[in-house]
Ligand binder design. Structure first.
Ligand code: NDP
Ligand code: MG
Length: 389
């Protein structure tokens, strides 16, 4: 970190939900944060307006077909332009940056996460897919190069904050909370006719399309179980999931002496984003506090495995490790895209992912190349399953 108080930030995926909220945090605290790099994939007009507002040194457009349009729009702007996935990785290791926020969606975030950690950066990580795919390798990069991974995912940010207060031996179990999504309490038969529009309407959070559908199936929580396993060095048995429809308690740490710590806050991603950008300091933020007297009842339920069969896959992958994380992520990404395109029903997403996972031959401790190969294999298998339906 630089001596002066201003942190230099790169936002990968600045045109998405987490990316835009990161820029809101920066906008609210211009004396603390300066944007040196931005990236977008398809939304070139939004990216151009962000460049005009924040004046970064460098911008990356990852979809090569949109590069020319962005360049035309930015004609005359003193900003360096990068293109394609290689451009994203270059941006992730950008020399003058202190913190790289990875807010891209999907497996495309993995090479960028690797580039950031090879470059000894602080990686503020929303892109859980990269940890799910290659958590062991990313941890190895942190150990060797001295960078850091700071979780932005709200449950993991909560755990990260609480685990600093206790020794690893004193932790019995951690609990991730899940809202239950828009269909909590509905019978499996009732879910047969769910439309993409209904699955995209999350009760508590405004998010991108894939994570919204993943929240409805609870595959998001399955990925988060794997994410917690790698980020905090826990075994699958030390991780639990609780449904908490109010989304005010983000995680709980159960200690060996019978105490439990809980982390609370209004459901607003700007809180964990601000924490990751400011760490280890805590500074006044742009989000109001939680009014517990107004919050009403807080409910907690054990998830029903029949209603949420995705969860079991997360625990299976957290235990198996190796290339299974890459397969889980890629098969789900393919299945969700097929659901959103009207090719399969909502209730077919998880069985399709399970079929692909069942057929996978696991490889231990994958390199990035092995994880990417497993990712490609899983997409092809998922596509074959889709064609045979
Ligand atoms: P969005 O879909 O809203 O945004 C995704 C971002 O990634 C956009 O900037 C998009 O560009 C870019 N992008 C899409 N495809 C590619 C690609 N192939 N290569 C490079 N960039 C790409 O997603 P969210 O912001 O909701 O989620 C981002 C990440 O954060 C995910 O990993 C998600 O799981 C995680 N997360 C999100 C939370 C939320 O509240 N939204 C909460 C916790 C975690 P463009 O829009 O220009 O096409
Ligand atoms: Mg989360």
């Amino acid at each position: 970190m630089p001596d002066d108080k201003t942190r230099r930030i790169v936002v990968l995926g600045s045109t998405g939900s987490v990316g835009r909220q990161t820029l809101e945090v920066v906008r609210a605290m211009p004396e603390r944060f300066r944007v040196v790099g931005l990236s977008g994939h398809s939304k070139w007009e939004l990216l151009a307006s962000q460049v005009e507002e924040f004046g970064p040194d460098v911008v990356a457009m990852t979809d090569p077909d949109r590069v020319d349009r962005l360049a035309t729009c930015l004609n005359g702007c003193a900003v360096r332009m990068l293109a394609g996935p290689e451009g994203l990785s270059r941006l992730a290791g950008w020399e003058t940056a202190d913190v790289i926020v990875s807010a891209v969606s999907g497996g495309a975030g993995l090479p960028a996460a690797v580039a950031a950690l090879r470059g000894d950066k602080v990686l503020a990580l929303a892109n859980k897919e990269s940890v799910v795919m290659c958590g062991g390798l990313l941890n190895g990069l942190v150990r060797r190069n001295g960078g850091a991974i700071l979780p932005v995912d709200s449950e993991h940010s909560a755990l990260f904050q609480m685990l600093q207060a206790v020794s690893p031996e004193s932790v019995r179990k951690v609990w991730l909370t899940a809202s239950g999504g828009p269909f909590f309490g509905r019978s499996p038969a009732d879910l047969e006719s769910v439309t993409p529009q209904q699955a995209l309407s999350h009760p508590n959070w405004q998010m991108g399309r894939r994570i919204s559908v993943d929240s409805a199936t609870m595959m998001n929580k399955a990925l988060e179980v794997v994410e917690a396993r790698w980020l905090f060095g826990l075994s699958a048995r030390q991780i639990g999931v609780l449904i908490h429809p109010q989304s005010l308690v983000h995680a709980v740490v159960e200690l060996v002496d019978g105490s439990s710590l809980a982390h609370m806050g209004v459901p607003d991603m700007r809180i964990p984003i601000h924490y990751a950008l400011s760490y280890p300091e805590r500074t006044a933020g742009c989000v109001g506090g939680l009014d517990l007297a107004q919050a009403g009842r807080l409910e907690f339920y054990e998830p029903d495995p029949e209603q949420f069969p995705a969860l079991e896959l997360g625990f299976r992958v957290a235990q198996a490790g190796g290339t299974s994380g890459a397969v889980l992520n890629a098969a789900d990404e393919t299945a969700v895209a097929a659901f959103l395109a009207g090719r399969i029903r909502f209730t077919q997403i998880v069985p399709l992912v399970r079929d692909v996972l069942d057929r996978h031959q696991l490889r231990e401790a994958p390199s990035v190349e092995a994880a990417m190969a497993a990712d490609r294999w899983a997409r092809q298998e998922a596509e074959q399953c889709l064609e045979s339906l």
